[in-house]
Design a protein around this ligand. Structure first.
Ligand SMILES: Cc1cc2nc3c(=O)[nH]c(=O)nc-3n(C[C@H](O)[C@H](O)[C@H](O)COP(=O)(O)O)c2cc1C
Length: 249
């Protein structure tokens, strides 16, 4: 097995970091990897906000409701960014109405995710740890306000990066038989039956955020997560529209 794959198979989310910063040259390499990431039609319509101001980090941690966000040595927010190309076109006397459409939005959204994961892979190869932060969407509009995001931009994901100060267990995953299909989707008759062993295995996992006890079975987690849908995350479409995107055909 090569070193890249070995590192990828060791992936664990890291939520506590050593109190020292990432050397400048390494950080620059991570940004260069972000730059080289594949991008829809070459448009590069996504960007990164590097949050270095502790006060802004604290505000973002407040939205995330996760205090460890404020302690991340590096905090990056990956954003959809149609603003830049809209302006480029405008300077060439073209008003790019299509910059606002749903296709562009998802192209940028996908680009931002790919860029983030490329940074994660590069960071992990350097012995760094990372935590994705979907929790910025507890209040997407507030994040837009904090980061002064102009129209035609939208926050996708946060990413905390630093040297790990914890050594979590590998989190179990279900068998890929249930997730990889050949030519057409395969629906199973009885999923609980199919995931029986995985359900048990999950119960041996300790989440370091809740010390001293193992987590629930996977099926119990599924039910509880569906039961407690976060109401704050239900108005994301409003936030997308507010940023100037048109969610109609
Ligand atoms: C899109 C996305 C959003 C996530 N958001 C958060 C988050 O807000 N806070 C957090 O602590 N972890 C977050 N995570 C990390 C997941 O909880 C973690 O990847 C998952 O539990 C599997 O654990 P592992 O990464 O250690 O294998 C997120 C992961 C992804 C892919």
């Amino acid at each position: 097995m090569n070193e890249t794959i070995r590192k990828q198979l060791e992936h664990r989310t890291i939520r506590e970091f050593k109190d020292h910063s990432i050397p400048h040259e390494i950080f620059e390499q991570l940004i260069e990897v972000a730059r080289r990431t594949a991008t829809h039609t070459g448009m590069q319509a996504c960007s990164i906000i590097r949050v270095t101001d502790q006060e802004i980090k604290n505000q973002i941690a407040g939205v995330c409701n996760q205090e460890y966000v404020a302690r991340a040595p590096e905090l990056l927010i990956f954003i959809v960014d149609q603003y830049r190309n809209y302006q480029i076109a405008k300077e060439k006397n073209f008003t790019a109405e299509s910059a606002k459409d749903i296709n562009r939005f998802f192209a940028s959204f996908t680009d931002a995710c790919l860029m983030a994961q490329n940074v994660v892979t590069a960071a992990e190869s350097e012995g760094l740890g990372t935590v994705y932060l979907g929790s910025i969407h507890n209040n997407t509009e507030k994040i837009c306000e904090i980061l002064k995001l102009p129209e035609l931009t939208f926050p996708v994901l946060g990413l905390g990066i630093g040297y790990p100060a914890q050594d979590p267990q590998l989190k179990p995953r279900m068998d890929m038989r249930l997730r990889v299909f050949e030519n057409a989707y395969v629906a199973f008759d009885n999923y609980l039956e199919e995931i029986r062993d995985y359900d048990e295995e999950m119960r041996t996992y300790y989440d370091l955020r809740d010390p001293g006890r193992t987590v629930d079975s996977f099926s119990a987690q599924v039910v509880s997560r569906f039961k407690h849908s976060n109401p704050k995350r239900q108005n994301m479409l409003d936030a997308i529209r507010k940023q100037g995107f048109q969610l109609t055909d």
